[in-house]
Design a protein around this ligand. Structure first.
Ligand code: ADP
Ligand code: MG
Length: 670
């Protein structure tokens, strides 16, 4: 005969305010392996307290408690978890089946906690349910089972991992006498056939009568022991123990349970995930716009050529403030100066830019007919410089590389001028007149030729050559020497090679001019964009902080609602770490789900803003703009990981609380 349980001087005290409740007062008892013992006694006599100690759910205040040679009185958290997982099966008065799981899944939980694969554990569970007469109820949920069926399911769950010891606390307390008797018969058979040690708490004498020995407790002490030690199931006592290396709960099972648990409170969890979703939408939309705009700017700068140096005049400080005086440049960009710069070493070209007076009224005379027109932009000689302005030339040439002379028409404008059967090419080199009208009514005509047609969404737009601009401006202000005195508005200097850009810029600056290289402009643009992104990103970040609080709150509520289940899982052998992992995964999933939809909607929002921006730009006559909202892989993955991390971080504290719950208290939770 091998002893399974030995207690000596076992005490358990509870603090209750100032006074200590002595629930167990020095118990001495030995129970042999294979015995069937009933613990009886009035309410409050310490039966449950003793059972919880035997199950490793609680720790004694003093005394010794040996189980299978293991000192449970000194055992730490991990050893007590192993004890519950491997040696003990619990049967509770209120069944304590997990409501979201079917009968088969419930029975399989202890094996799941031992890392047994799903197919195997559910096959074994089904077999066991057959044995307890529930073969026809495998896929039923607890609410679909009668009390007796639930308790038989619970007994099957207690047996599935071949425990050495079954502890049942008033297993018939919630059953009528008939189903109670069935349950007791079932337990007795397990004890008789398999030699599993059975300790049943009851205050029903009929139930106690099934046992071979009855231990009577009164006020935390043993009042009497009745009956003889009888070891059942001898010869088969070699109970098959689970393998000692226990892999524990599998990650796949944690994730599956997390999903199943999330579905219990769909509305609440969807709302919580929506918080994350909103944050991620903001973040994804903002960052994608940032990435897209940055790329577009870069691309445009690159097509414009990094060899370009943009030269503008500097303006001196004036002593007195005169709102009507236009500022005088320190060194005007005169035609003479342009010539000197063009002749510099390392300069391949110098193209001046001249703005037309604002509010100028232009029209074209074609075939004796006037057509009102608009100059493409107030600045430039018609060169398509500046980001987002490169548009396709459809006939002739534009002013991209040459200031030249003549006029480039928008395709819409050209359409108006074409006779039947003519193409744009027929317009090239045709003479045409520009009529300019002063505000006071005087007009002047300028002869010119059509040199090109380019694509534009604006109909009556044309680009004027530098010569035309000079002529128009001179006439407009009636000052033949205006260029010599005021100079051009800007000069685009092209360095012969990239390496000479810096040196040429330095020389130009020594002429008291402003020299901007694209690199410098690009850097500034990037700085501004980065700042913008950081600002918008922090809005998204703030939204996510709020979302994190939502996740934490939801998890706290979930844990409160499921306190009892956590107690059950612990009794069945779930470790603290596993409980923590389960809830952390749940929180991470809320974040991930919010992040997933946030990513989708954020991408769509970026596209929408992109589309609106394009409509707007096209209405403004700006074409050739690429996609402004781009979601690169790093952004997609990053936002998903970030969202999951937010959930996980927000869930850390609640999950820690769940993990630390005392199983005895948790099991008592309503
Ligand atoms: P039984 O199961 O025999 O009805 P219990 O073992 O549950 O009795 O309780 C024995 C005594 O210990 C009772 O007086 C009870 O109030 C007290 N007790 C049990 N658990 C606690 C606890 N967690 N805190 C304080 N007192 C407790
Ligand atoms: Mg009790």
């Amino acid at each position: 005969m091998s002893e399974t349980i030995r207690l000596t001087g076992l005490e358990r005290h509870f603090e209750r305010g100032e006074t200590a409740v002595r629930a167990l007062r020095g118990l001495d008892l030995t129970i042999e392996s294979g015995e069937f013992v009933a613990l009886v006694g009035p309410s409050g006599s310490g039966k449950s307290t003793l059972l919880n100690l035997l199950g490793g759910l609680d720790r004694p205040s003093s005394g010794e408690l040996w189980l299978d040679g293991v000192p449970l009185h000194t055992a730490g958290e991990k050893e007590r978890t192993d004890h519950r997982r491997e040696r003990v099966g619990f049967v509770f008065q209120s069944f304590n089946l997990l409501p979201r799981l079917t009968a088969v899944e419930n029975v399989a939980v202890p094996l799941m906690l031992s890392g047994v694969g799903r197919a195997e554990r559910e096959a074994r569970a089904a077999e066991l349910l057959q044995q307890v007469g529930l073969g026809h109820r495998l896929d039923h949920y607890p609410t679909e089972l009668s009390g007796g069926e639930q308790q038989r399911t619970a007994v099957a769950r207690a047996l599935i991992h071949n425990p050495a010891l079954i502890l049942a606390d008033e297993p018939t307390g919630n059953l009528d006498s008939e189903t109670g008797a069935e349950t007791m018969a079932l337990l007795r058979d397990m004890n008789a056939q398999q030699g599993i040690t059975l300790v049943v708490v009851t205050h029903d004498p009929d139930v106690a009568a099934y046992a071979n020995r009855i231990v009577r407790l009164r006020d935390g002490a043993i009042a009497a022991i009745e009956g003889e030690v009888k070891v059942n199931g001898v010869g088969e006592t070699a109970v098959a123990r689970p393998a000692s290396h226990n892999p524990g709960l599998r990650t796949a099972d944690s994730i599956r349970s997390a999903f199943s648990n999330l579905r219990r409170r769909p509305v609440r969890n969807v709302l919580t995930a929506a918080g994350v979703l909103i944050g991620i939408i903001t973040l994804v939309a903002m960052v994608s716009m940032g990435v897209g705009v940055q790329r577009e700017v870069q691309r445009n700068f690159e097509t414009m050529g990094l060899e370009n140096i943009f030269v503008s005049p500097t303006y001196g400080e004036t002593d007195e403030f005169d709102p009507f005086a236009s500022p005088e440049p320190v060194a005007p960009i005169t035609p003479d100066l342009v010539g000197r710069i063009a002749a510099l070493d390392g300069v391949s070209s110098a193209l001046p830019t001249l703005n037309l007076p604002s509010g100028i009224d232009l029209s074209l005379i074609w075939d004796g007919q006037p057509y009102s027109a608009r100059s493409s932009n107030s600045f430039g000689s018609g060169q398509n410089f500046g980001p987002f302005n490169a548009s396709e030339v459809m006939a002739g040439h534009g002013f991209e590389t040459d200031n030249g002379r003549g006029v480039v028409l928008s395709n819409g404008f050209a359409d108006d001028l074409l006779a039947d059967g003519q193409t744009y090419d027929d317009l090239i080199d045709q003479s045409i007149q520009i009529t300019v009208q002063l505000p006071r009514g005087e007009t002047a005509d300028f002869d010119t030729v059509i040199v090109g047609v380019r694509e534009s969404f604006n109909s009556r737009v044309m680009d004027l050559g530098l010569e035309e601009r000079e002529a128009i401006k001179t006439w407009w202000f009636d000052q033949p020497d205006i260029l010599e005195r005021e100079g051009y508005d800007m000069l685009t200097v092209r360095a012969a090679s990239l390496g000479q850009v810096g040196q040429v810029a330095d020389i130009i600056e020594s002429f008291d001019l402003n020299a901007q290289t694209l690199e410098a402009i690009l850097e500034t643009a990037n700085d501004v964009l980065s700042l913008l992104q950081a600002l918008l990103g922090s809005v998204g970040g703030l939204a996510l902080l709020v979302a994190a609080l939502g996740v934490a709150n939801t998890m706290m509520m979930a844990i409160y609602e499921r306190t009892r289940e956590i107690g059950v899982l612990k009794a069945l052998g779930a470790s603290r770490r596993e409980i923590r992992t389960m809830f952390t995964i749940e929180a991470g999933l809320i974040g991930l789900i919010g992040g997933f939809f946030g990513l989708i909607f954020g991408t769509l929002l970026g596209r929408l803003v992109d589309w609106i921006a394009h409509r707007f730009l096209i209405a403004e006559g700006v074409t050739g703009v690429g996609q402004l909202s781009i979601v690169p892989l790093w952004l997609a993955l990053g936002s998903l990981i970030f969202a999951a991390l937010i959930g996980i971080v927000a869930g850390l504290y609640p999950a820690g609380r769940a993990a630390k719950l005392d199983p005895v208290t948790a099991l008592r939770h309503e």
